[in-house]
Write a new protein. Structure first.
Length: 281
């Protein structure tokens, strides 16, 4: 009888061990799945779904430091003014925002200007120039031009509240043709990515654009971002992180679309740019 009890006890122990081993294996498999679907890098937390296509991951984020009281005003050149060709003098009034200060960022590997917070100055939706003082000169050719200025965090993310930007038309010299640009119409301006990204900067590349006189929503206007031929629909005006980009030249096309999927009329509402990723030296 004692021998029978020992056999039964051994069988029960083996059963418990097998069940426990199976449970641990199942838990380990679940943890691996979670790890595989978690963000690949430390940094901004996704604000909404993470979109994944063709090895690319794109997600918006909204956890950067906010500066709701900051204000930017362009004093010169005045709106609608005419200035001489060549080095055009720009002068801004700035309040509740500190140029050259580093913006706090939680982890991540986004490109970050070591000169700190600055002003993005965009003429005719050409690549911006970054400025760390409220007065500077900039070469602008003869013609009528659209000038967008906005405040930027040190890692080049734009401040998007109404007081943080200035949009105006100016005339340089005596142009013979007129620029057809409606300051009250919906417009999109390209900001980032720009130039070269090296080493850790290539892991998370920020996409940022500037909207004027419009917003985005699932049932309204959207931005179609085509990254190396792969389309992503963006329905919130946020900065976005792009992960999984290949080394070398990358191409991005941005289009401001209406609710029916048509490009909104405007000279800058469809734009294509290239940028380059390089491994660390």
């Amino acid at each position: 009888m004692k021998k029978t009890y020992l056999v039964l006890a051994s069988a029960l122990m083996l059963g418990f061990t097998a069940c426990d081993t199976a449970r641990q294996t199942q838990e380990a498999g679940t943890q691996a799945t979670v790890a595989e679907t978690a963000p690949t890098n430390e940094g901004p937390m996704p604000a909404g779904p993470v979109m994944e296509k063709n090895g690319l991951r794109v997600f918006g984020f909204d956890d950067s430091p906010k500066f709701p009281e900051s204000q930017l005003r362009l004093n010169a050149p005045a709106a609608g003014s005419t200035v001489a060709p060549g080095p055009v003098a720009f002068n801004y009034t700035l309040s509740n925002y500190e140029l050259t200060k580093m913006t706090h960022m939680e982890g991540g590997h986004m490109a970050n200007s070591q000169k700190g917070q600055h002003i993005h100055n965009i003429v005719d939706n050409e690549p911006y120039t970054a400025h760390y003082e409220t007065s500077f000169t900039k070469e602008i050719p003869e013609g009528e031009h659209v000038v967008l200025s906005f405040l930027s965090r040190s890692y080049h993310e734009s401040l998007k509240h109404p007081g943080a930007y200035d949009l105006r038309k100016i005339t340089v010299g005596s142009p013979t043709t007129r620029l057809d640009f409606d300051l009250q119409a919906p417009h999109m301006f390209y900001s980032r990515p720009k130039g070269e990204y090296v080493g850790p900067e290539t892991e998370q590349v920020m996409l940022d654009f500037y909207l004027v006189n419009t917003t985005l929503s699932p049932d309204g206007n959207k931005v179609r971002a085509t990254i190396n031929g792969t389309e992503f629909m963006l329905d919130r005006w946020l900065p976005y992180i792009m992960e999984g980009l290949p080394m070398g030249e990358n191409t991005i096309k941005l289009e401001l679309l209406d609710k029916d999927g048509n490009v909104v009329p405007g000279p800058y509402n469809s734009v294509t740019r290239t940028f380059t990723l390089k491994p660390a030296a």
